[in-house]
Design a protein around this ligand. Structure first.
Ligand SMILES: *Cc1c(COP(=O)(O)O)cnc(C)c1O
Length: 393
């Protein structure tokens, strides 16, 4: 039975490899951090979503251990059967306080939060108006829902307005956007989106996965950046990026929306509850966020420094309001050369090219962290200069 299918897969895999699109895993032999071990060699990591440097934080590790000691290893249940501990409710409350929202529902991941948010709330009478560059999990979530789909070009407010006009025939409308777009590092223009939402009677949903912990003076995300705290109907986010980098996702927002998700959201109803250790560490993490702004301040200073120095050295960097810095190389093959040579220099970065970014827009994506020290940033910049000299002559 398998032989024919095996041949089919082998051919497809060979095609992926031939197109240079095969994803090879790079094996890390240390905890996640600014410095990691790869093949016995120390490298500087500039491609993790570890924006606040919390992925190996001793306080969080301690909190996770204590949580496991007090509440066990796993829940072996979905939330509504017997998978809800006091810890889960505490973490949901912390998230609501952090974002200034009314209520929160946890998921195993933000992929699940986005996958389970539309279908319980909207029907074929309604409209979802989605940014063209939204994350794959939003696209999948929209697919699972019968609402009518409208798409607008990335952060293009004229196009959004056109789509909103077209969607006036629908019963309810929701505009959906990433808070930070992961390839350019640009923040969604939430002030203008909100204005249009008011004008055309639409709700708004923002996926804060790359923005939470990062954007805004205190890292409260794009609603802080645009003074719209508590004004946005739905926010989704992950505990797998700035917030410690382990696992877990959430939807936070209006009380009735969260309540309905608890009744009808399929990844919540049919998937296991978060493990107590991760939940306990999550609670501690949000406590740390309210105790000090040190990590946000350091991250913002690091990002400003890196971008300023790279521009001074003549690199073409996209303007960024996040911890994502896109160093434009334009040529796809060259971007891969840059990434490989950077790795030889002990710097971990990723080169992206078509179809992940538009044709002729290949780039090296650098992700800055509060875990980086000035000397790490300088080493990265020096490596870029050396590699450029080798490649460009
Ligand atoms: C990373 C990411 C997700 C997925 O988060 P997980 O918790 O890892 O599933 C969803 N949306 C956006 C915008 C992301 O960047």
């Amino acid at each position: 039975m398998y032989t024919k299918f095996q041949e089919h897969l082998q051919k497809e895999l060979a095609d992926i490899e031939a197109a240079g699109l095969y994803k090879h895993e790079r094996i890390i032999e240390s905890p996640q951090g600014a410095e990691i071990m790869v093949k016995g060699k120390k490298c500087l990591n500039f491609c993790a979503n570890n924006y606040l440097g919390l992925a190996n934080n001793p306080e969080l590790i301690e909190a996770a251990k204590k949580g496991m000691d007090a509440r066990g290893y796993g829940m072996a249940s979905v939330r509504f059967i017997c998978g809800c501990q006091d810890l889960h409710k505490q973490l949901e409350k912390k998230i609501s306080e952090f974002f200034g929202t009314e209520d929160t529902i946890l998921y195993a991941a933000c992929f699940d939060a986005n996958g389970g948010v539309f279908e319980p709330l909207l029907t074929e009478e309604d409209a979802i108006i989605s940014d063209a560059l939204n994350h794959a999990s939003i696209i999948d979530g929209v697919r699972l829902c019968k609402a009518q789909r409208y798409r607008y070009a990335n952060a293009d407010m004229a196009d959004l307005e056109e789509q909103l006009k077209a969607a006036q025939k629908n019963r309810f409308r929701i505009i959906v956007t990433d808070g930070v777009f992961s390839m350019d590092g640009n923040v969604c223009p939430l002030d203008k989106i909100y204005e249009l939402a008011q004008k055309y009677d639409a709700m708004v949903m923002v996926d804060e996965s790359h923005s939470a912990g990062v954007v805004g003076k205190t890292g409260r995300g794009v609603t802080e950046r645009y003074n719209l705290r508590g004004q946005i109907e739905i926010l989704t986010g992950t505990l797998g990026k700035a917030f410690g980098g382990a696992m877990g996702g959430f939807t936070t927002g209006r009380k009735e929306i969260i309540d309905m998700l608890r009744q009808r959201s399929r990844p919540y109803l049919f998937s296991n509850s978060m493990a107590p250790g991760l939940v306990a560490a999550g609670i501690r993490m949000f406590e740390m966020m309210s105790e000090t702004n040190e990590l946000q301040d350091k991250l913002h200073a690091n990002t400003d420094y890196f971008l300023r120095r790279m521009k001074e050295e003549g690199f073409d960097c996209k303007p960024s309001e996040s911890a994502i810095c896109a160093v434009m190389i334009y040529d796809a093959a060259k971007s891969q050369k840059y990434a490989a040579k950077m790795q030889e220099e002990g710097i971990f970065v990723t080169g992206f090219y078509y179809p992940v970014v538009p044709k002729g827009q290949a780039r090296i994506r650098v992700q800055i962290s509060a875990a980086h020290e000035r000397e790490h940033l300088d080493k990265c910049i020096e490596a870029f200069k050396k590699v450029r000299k080798e490649i460009e002559g």
